[in-house]
Ligand binder design. Structure first.
Ligand code: BES
Ligand code: ZN
Length: 477
């Protein structure tokens, strides 16, 4: 072998090595995790900057594979960034309280109607449909197909509702061949304010040809689809604009939601709140719903979620319980919204560590979660959230037709007179926390007894035989 050949071999060897170690993936991760891997794999990771317990890092392709493999169940634990600027935005992120809406709970009549309409069977069928793609890994054709089919499913519901103020659109991405899907219900009086709910539809596994993703996250998409069905079949009309989103490529680093949230931010879209449903199927803990209350969650929105459950789910037919838990890192798409300054929250299926142990494997199957009972609770919470967050802050239409309904109180009786073609069929009373305190079925007499009701302010909801609802606020004295 002459010297030239030897030099050539050395040159090829060196450049191969340089290529192999090319740390071209920019990401952020927990600073302790970063330090740990810098120690064990010094040539696969560079730590660029650390602040607030998060590090911006440069990773080799090999390092990302190792990270994915070493924590096959609880995800890769890093978040890909497009640039170092984007990564430092993550580092500089502090859970500042963005201008948060003044959340109130005032719509029990509508909410209870919607809660009664939730169907467990529908949810179960959607989970099975999605699991049957075999994989929804973002680069596979089945993943894109699942989004197109979901669009078709939502479009069919829109068509059946004959509404022109509801539409769907596909969003294409720079970071994935898979599109995301967005359904929009235009707000009828405050359309520039957005109330959004979403979840990811892609899946991942150590064998990406076999990634059924039933719980992660067919369950969330099934909850969202049932929310859409209930809203549309009940002719729901929000004051603010409501959007339902199914994201591409969450499992490789929140890619779909990151692009959409950044786009909304750059267009100055006023998102008043965002709710993420990711994993709603597995009932693994003492309480039913766990509100994540770490860095990427809005505490005001979390408080609102807790109040919603105190009001609507503390007793009766829609009862379930809740607690709080933490992911500790940007574990799902709500983080994309939080990082763009929007109030975001995520109610989760279990306490962290007690969640479904089969996610990100070929065994994330419907048979593990067995039924849609747990997902029903998240569907209900999602409906409660939408109705109460997307209502108008101004007078709504029923305030204008109330002159058709006159009431007065005497001797612990509430008398009412309704002048319309319609007639009152049932009456319900709610306290100021939104708790239903009385229902009166088939009332035709023109009065109800309000004896034994404590002094205070109440909302009385009159339901007519043609399903109109009229409300009166009354002071019982
Ligand atoms: N559904 C999971 C998030 C999750 C899993 C939350 C278990 C709580 C418990 C999500 O799909 C996911 O896998 N996220 C990744 C992070 C993401 C940036 C790739 C994760 O958890 O590592
Ligand atoms: Zn996942």
């Amino acid at each position: 072998m002459n010297q030239k050949t030897l030099l050539l071999i050395i040159a090829v060897f060196l450049s191969y090595n340089l290529w192999a170690q090319n740390k071209e993936i920019i990401a952020t991760m927990d600073s302790q995790t970063a330090a740990h891997y810098k120690n064990s794999h010094p040539s696969e990771i560079d730590i660029v900057k650390t602040s607030n317990g998060i590090s911006a890092v440069l990773l080799t392709e090999k390092m990302t594979q190792i990270l994915r493999m070493e924590s096959p169940v609880h995800g890769p634990q890093f978040m890909v960034a497009k640039s170092l600027q984007e990564a430092s935005a993550v580092l500089n992120f502090s859970p500042k309280e963005n201008q948060v809406q003044n959340f109130t709970i005032t719509e029990p009549g509508l909410v209870y109607d919607f809660l009664d309409a939730v169907s467990q069977t529908h949810i179960e069928n959607t989970i099975l449909d999605l699991q049957n793609y075999g994989t929804r890994y973002h680069t596979k054709s089945q993943a894109t197909q699942s989004v197109l089919d979901l669009k078709q499913k939502w479009d069919t519901m829109i068509l059946a509702s004959s509404r022109t103020d509801i539409s769907t659109r596909l969003v294409t991405h720079a970071g994935s061949p898979m599109p995301s899907l967005i359904l929009t219900i235009e707000g009828n009086s405050e359309p520039s304010e957005y109330v959004i709910i979403g979840g990811h539809i892609d899946s991942i596994s150590w064998n990406n040809d076999d990634a059924p993703g039933a719980d992660d996250n067919a369950s969330g998409i099934a909850s969202l689809t049932e929310i859409v069905r209930v809203l549309l079949e009940n002719k729901y009309q929000p004051s603010k604009t409501v959007e339902v989103m199914a994201y591409a490529a969450e499992e490789i680093g929140l890619v779909g939601s990151a692009e959409i949230a950044a786009d909304y931010k750059s267009n100055n879209v006023n998102v008043v709140s965002y709710l993420q449903l990711d994993m709603t199927g597995y009932n693994g803990s003492v309480e039913d719903v766990y509100i994540l209350d770490d860095w990427y969650s809005s505490s005001a929105l979390n408080q609102f979620l807790a109040s919603l459950m105190d009001t609507y789910n503390s007793s009766g037919a829609h009862q379930f319980t809740y607690g709080f838990s933490q992911c500790g890192y940007a574990c799902s798409d709500h983080a994309s919204w939080a990082l763009n300054g929007y109030p975001a929250s995520m109610p989760f299926e279990a306490k962290l560590g007690e969640d479904n142990p089969f996610i990100h494997t070929p065994d994330d199957l419907f048979s593990v979660i067995q039924n849609g009972e747990h997902a029903v609770k998240f569907t209900k919470l999602g409906l409660q959230y939408i109705v109460e967050a997307a209502k108008g802050q101004k007078l709504n239409t029923s305030d204008f037709i109330q002159d058709k309904l006159t009431i007065y109180q005497r001797n612990h009786m509430l008398f009412y007179r309704f002048s319309g073609d319609d007639a009152i069929e049932t009456i319900a009373m709610y306290d100021m926390n939104g708790r239903k305190i009385r229902t009166f079925g088939s009332v035709q007499e023109g009065f109800i007894s309000i004896e034994n009701i404590q002094q205070g302010i109440y909302v009385v909801v009159f339901n007519t035989i043609t399903s109109q609802q009229l409300m009166k606020k009354i002071l019982i004295y």
